[in-house]
Write a protein that binds this ligand. Sequence first.
Ligand SMILES: Nc1nc2c(ncn2[C@@H]2O[C@H](COP(=O)(O)OP(=O)(O)O)[C@@H](O)[C@H]2O)c(=O)[nH]1
Ligand SMILES: [Mg+2]
Length: 320
Amino acid sequence: MSDLDQLKDALLAGKYRALGRAISLVERDDPEADRLLAAVYPSTGRARIIGITGSPGAGKSTLVAALAKHYRKADRRVGIVAVDPTSPFTGGAILGDRVRMGELYTDRGVFIRSMATRGFLGGVAKATNDVVDLLDAAGFDVILVETVGVGQDEVEIVRTVQTNIVVLVPGMGDDIQAIKAGIMEIGDAFAVNKADRPGADKTVTEVMTMMSLVEEHGDWIPPVVKTIAAQDRGIEELDAAIVQHFDYLSSSGELDRRNRERVRIRVETHLKEMFLQRVLGGAVAKADYEQLLEDVLRKRNNPHDAAESVLARVKFPVSS
Ligand SMILES: Nc1nc2c(ncn2[C@@H]2O[C@H](COP(=O)(O)OP(=O)(O)O)[C@@H](O)[C@H]2O)c(=O)[nH]1
Ligand SMILES: [Mg+2]
């Protein structure tokens, strides 16, 4: 049996070390990673993929830890992918947080991986989706993906989860007005975290009012749940909202639509990368390409027409 087959079997059996090795291959963009991902892809699609999004300091990582503990009580295996440089999962936070999450680090039913936010060849969104696939194939029931939710990569990640929870904190007042355009549409449920602080009820009301003005949610009206992640409070209610959302997704046909969208985004991410590789890796001579860039720089050409002329020079095989 080849090394790759062995790794695949160990991964599908949910072996911890195999998962760690597989993820490292993905992170290094090793050619083996593509073969492994292709081999395990048919075994994906069982996990519930949940996004946790919000501003730095809102309590996302704490909430992720609280949810993970909640799922562990029901004996569900939990994968955590943190795309956040300040996450305690990435070692960026103060020691107290790490200690509080200690039990998760030693639990074999939990797998935690933090993703660097730069340095991935195909982008952090692609790498994150690949890691989610690996966790899914390895039999993790719930996968929690923490992101700050701003920037192109992160928005792409948010678009590929099944249920996205936006984490807010009390007393944001005008901030809510400012962020509502961007972040309100992506929330399938809202957690008003740090509800031990004053103003939580007011924030809940504000978010609910805002939700009634957003039309994009269709039949689903995103629930707003108060949580105190640091004390594991409100977590059952939040999970109830997540379950409700999944029921809605399943019964409305929206789940299929989201899964299809997830596939579309992922295929197109690969297509873009492959196309660029083909162009820069030989379809157009490097000197020609540099000259092209120079022409755009000197205003003898413009970005659009330059790209068009590259496209014209790339030969696509004619299908019979
Ligand atoms: N008072 C209070 N503090 C919290 C709560 N949840 C998290 N925190 C604290 O808020 C800080 C930021 O939390 P963290 O989970 O790292 O936020 P993230 O940047 O959104 O991931 C930490 O010091 C947490 O202990 C909460 O419900 N109440
Ligand atoms: Mg965090």
